[in-house]
Design a protein around this ligand. Sequence first.
Ligand code: RIB
Ligand code: NA
Length: 307
Amino acid sequence: MTLDVIVVGSCMTDLVSQAPRLPKAGETIHGHKFFIGFGGKGANQCVQAARLGAESAMVCKVGKDFFGDNYIQNFKDSGVHTDFVQQTSDAATGAASIIVNDAGENAIVIVAGANMLLNTEDLKHMQPSLICAKVLVCQLEISAQTSLKALCMARESGVKTIFNPAPAIPFLDAEFYKVSDVFCCNESEAELLTGCPVSSVDEAQRAGQNLLARGCGAVILTLGPQGCLVLQAEGSKHIPTEAVTAVDTTGAGDSFIGALAFYMAYFPKMPLEEMARRANQVAAVSVQTMGTQTSFPFKKDLPAALF
Ligand code: RIB
Ligand code: NA
């Protein structure tokens, strides 16, 4: 069987508190609900691609602990291939403390733990599968060096790459742009990377052009309720999205990227703007329910027109 979508990235146990607002420094506030979920940007993207029907594999490292064991079971339950999931006793499974306010906005602290121990040597295991894959996806919740190596390996194998520079770092190695077929980030990541403000579609346009000029094949800048902007050498297009009531936007960007990976793998001739329009629709479903992966839709829940 060929693994069409390979995600090299992070797994986190999400510890989520719902509260009316985000607390200030030094402040304690009452929240009204707590739950534990499966998260981490890499795993989220991989699970969303699998839920749309992609044959997907995750390349990652979790701890040899309860959370790591649970995470591997979660991948199996989600139909994600786990041949390249490793466990280490040198660090704990990654964890994310998340607070979601009544507006559906969030603040997140991640302790990457075992994720940071995924090294370039570990990537060798995926090489035989990589040559048959269609798309490889990376983010920045594992070591940047490992992400960059994975993207380079994909390029050498003729596999399309999606790079999501999240969470963003101000000084990103310039090579990342050159090995990205699609460089996909949100407003705050684009601001940090370019130093340009991104508070309107026009500003996003300028920041996106700045990123595109650094050598990526295309840039997609996600804009929350405003949809996204797709920038390519041929031109750029704003793709609006339907208005929905957001309950929890955590992981909406991951739902978008997982869907994008699915479309790039199975509809390679589809214009990127159309892929982005459909990925917007998938992500819009995710924000209407609490939680991260728990809110990601399956193919059967979505309109047939998306497939
Ligand atoms: O993008 C959302 C994700 O960011 C959460 O699942 C959390 O684990 C953090 O990695
Ligand atoms: Na959600």
